[in-house]
Each structure stands twice: as structure tokens, then as C-alpha cells.
Design a protein around this ligand. Structure first.
Ligand code: NAD
Length: 224
């Protein structure tokens, strides 16, 4: 499938190819994993990166927004783990073990105002990681499972959060929100996508061969 056929950004990267995937769709996961193995001849790394963030003060939490975040952030990660384990474990369609890296958030480790629902979903991703790592180890799947806690990164989501913080009256402007985060960060800057990617590559690689069930902060010290 060419990039031009993609109807949005929801895709699983498989080498040079892309497979559209809604992470909340169990059947789509099965198809994406099958396509991945057909394309690459194996499947040994999964990064559960898809996520959504809908800001709200606790007094304004919307049940539908909360349910959607749970569905994507928690449900999507859980389904990814399910299909990765089935494929990677001995006797699975790939069968050679592997590594799963879940993308949680510094929000799972600190209390940042305006994102209670999102923070709850990322704390759930943290727990999913631990239990999945335990099962995979105890049941001999040969799959390690870890997560990262990114700090604020100025992607579409990160920029929107700064705007939302202003709308919610937490900061005077998006720039002030960013400055507040930087001020809370010992290394004195926002995160970059490459900071996250390097950590994910490490956890997915054999350099991390004795690491499972861990959560790695990639936040410049914001969450310490
Ligand atoms: N940007 C930050 O400051 C920050 C901080 C901590 C954690 N994170 C986490 O990092 C991950 C990446 O976030 P980002 O900053 O790149 O956000 P982003 O909004 O820029 O990108 C999120 C991506 O997830 C995809 N997505 C959403 N719902 C999906 C679904 N149902 N199926 C498949 N794909 C879906 C979107 O299409 C988009 O490409 C997320 O899990 C996010 O929660 C981000």
C-alpha cells in the first residue's frame, strides 16, 4: 500500500510499509500482525505509541471523553499486548519472542492539573506493563515488556495541552505553560521526539535483555 492510500495517521509501521490500524479494533490488530509477519518475515518488536489526550479540570470531566481515552490508551495498549504475545510466544505465528514498549507518560508519575483522566489512563498503562511483563516471563513467552514516561514534547498533542492549560485558567498563555514545565524540569528544556525514540530503541534492543516490567522516565527529571 502506498503512503497516498493511507486515510490518516493511524498506521503500524512495518519496515518500509504501513498498515492502517485502529488500535481499539481487535480484528484490525490480528490483520495488522498477519500483514507484518508476511511483510517482514517475523515480528519481534511492538511499540504501543498511539494515544489521545483530552484535557479537562476534574469538575468538567466528560464521561464520553474519558471513555474514549480509556478505549484508546488502555484498550489499545492491552490489545497490542494481546496480539504481540500471541504472535511472538513459542508456537505463535512469529514464535521467536520479542520486546514490547508501551508509551505511558510523566503524567502517570506526577500530578499535573487539567489532565486527571489522561493521567489515570497512563497510570493504567504502567500497571498493564507490569502485569504483562510478569505473565510473559512466568509463562515462558520470551517477550520483555517495558514502558517509558515521556515528559512534555511539542507534538500536536503537547502543543494542544499548552493551549488547553490556558483555556482552563491554569496558565496565562501557552508560552507560560511551556515555561512552567521547563521550570519544573531539572534538565531545563522540553523533550524531543528523538529523546523518546532513542529510549524506545534501547528498551526494544538486546542491550536491555535483562530488563522487563520497568518504567523509564524520559522527562529531563521532571517526574523525580
Ligand atoms: N506529546 C507529549 O507531550 C507526550 C507526553 C507524554 C506521553 N505522550 C504519549 O506519547 C504518545 C505519542 O503522542 P504524540 O505526542 O505523538 O501525540 P500526537 O497526538 O501528536 O500523535 C498521536 C498519534 O496517535 C494516533 N492515534 C490516535 N488514536 C488512534 C487509534 N485509535 N488507533 C491508531 N492510532 C491512533 C494519532 O493518529 C496520532 O498519529 C501517546 O501515547 C501520548 O499519550 C505524549
Amino acid at each position: 500500500m502506498s503512503a497516498g492510500d493511507l486515510s490518516g495517521k493511524k498506521a503500524l509501521v512495518t519496515g518500509g510499509a504501513f498498515v492502517p490500524l485502529d488500535v481499539t479494533d481487535d480484528g484490525a490488530w490480528a490483520e495488522a500482525v498477519t500483514a507484518t509477519i508476511a511483510e517482514l518475515g517475523g515480528f519481534d518488536v511492538l511499540v504501543n505509541n498511539a494515544g489521545i489526550e483530552i484535557s479537562a479540570l476534574v469538575v468538567d470531566i466528560d464521561a464520553a471523553d474519558l471513555a474514549r481515552m480509556l478505549q484508546v490508551n488502555v484498550g489499545g495498549t492491552a490489545l497490542g499486548l494481546k496480539h504481540a504475545f500471541r504472535a511472538m510466544r513459542p508456537g505463535g505465528a512469529a514464535g521467536a519472542g520479542g520486546s514490547v514498549v508501551n508509551v505511558a507518560s510523566v503524567a502517570a508519575t506526577i500530578a499535573f492539573p487539567g489532565i486527571a483522566g489522561y493521567s489515570a489512563t497512563k497510570a493504567a498503562v504502567d500497571r498493564l506493563t507490569r502485569v504483562a511483563a510478569m505473565e510473559a516471563g512466568k509463562l515462558g513467552y520470551g517477550v520483555r515488556v517495558n514502558c517509558i514516561y515521556p515528559g512534555l514534547v511539542p507534538t500536536e498533542m503537547g502543543i494542544q495541552l499548552a493551549v488547553d492549560c490556558t483555556r482552563m485558567g491554569l496558565f496565562e498563555s501557552p508560552d507560560a505553560a511551556v515555561a512552567g514545565v521547563v521550570q519544573q524540569t531539572p534538565l531545563g528544556r522540553l523533550g524531543e521526539v528523538s529523546d523518546m525514540a532513542d529510549a524506545v530503541v534501547f528498551l526494544a534492543s538486546d542491550s536491555a535483555r535483562f530488563i522487563t516490567g520497568a518504567g523509564l522516565p524520559i522527562d529531563g527529571g521532571m517526574g523525580m
